[in-house]
Design a protein around this ligand. Sequence first.
Ligand SMILES: [Zn+2]
Length: 302
Amino acid sequence: MDGVIWVMRYYFSFSLTLMIALMSCGGDEGAPGSNPDNITFITQPSAQVGHTSVFSFQPQATHKNGDALTFKIEAPAWLNYDKSENKVSGTPDWDRLNSSFRVKIMATNGIDTAIQRTDIQVTLGEIVCGTNFGDPADSEYILPFEPRQTYKLQNGNCPTNPNWGHQRTFAYDFGTPMGTNILAMRGGTVIASISHQPDVPDCSVGGGNIVFIQHSDGSVAFYGHFKQNSVMVEVGDRVNQGQLLAQSGNSGCSAGPHVHVQVYRQAGPYDRQYSLPINFSNSDGPLNSQGSLVIGENYTAL
Ligand SMILES: [Zn+2]
């Protein structure tokens, strides 16, 4: 019986502690015997951070008597506290998107201790254009046109020219003439297909005639601007790498016949920040130091 009471007491006191902790979120408190009111925090960590951004924070506080304060930090594993620089920093990365993390900062002069808490929300950040695209030999993707054909890359990843589109996103536009056969870069399942849009530039219909293919890892390839009524696959179809999808056209927001290809991390939302950096295992043509195809260069499918 004593054991049960002890457990109940323990549970009650644990719940009470938790309640107090939650109530004091963002406020100050101190160790027993100390006077936390003597310490004032003069900085507050920002409550939002983009998933690819470096979060960096230097705690600062003052003691009423001017005493020097030292800090102790409790933070999630993706954040590092450098004591010599008194700096908390780190990058949350994809796995932490849409999550919240508590940072607890204790300031003390050895007698008084005050605590500051902040919940850091991880939000969708911009992609890192300077990322490494990896070794093309390891790429899961092949060029979206037939072997021994050569096309110019009209637009690519993160162009510096603001008039070209593809700003802060990973995508390729190959200058494939009207009627060129366009092939699946990677096998998967068709999850969207449109074929009725006319071959007339119209930015109100985005990619015009499109195919979206989901791969086994959940990522989704987007192919756009196909020729009207040329799309040969339907939602639910399984397609193999290299399978004919449609013919190149000029539908949607297009300034001339080409194919737009882009890979997203998952099936929607299709924000540019969800695009993935890809290259191609069968591409003969120059790559930049990151392993990305280069705008204005010609590429041959091997
Ligand atoms: Zn494009």
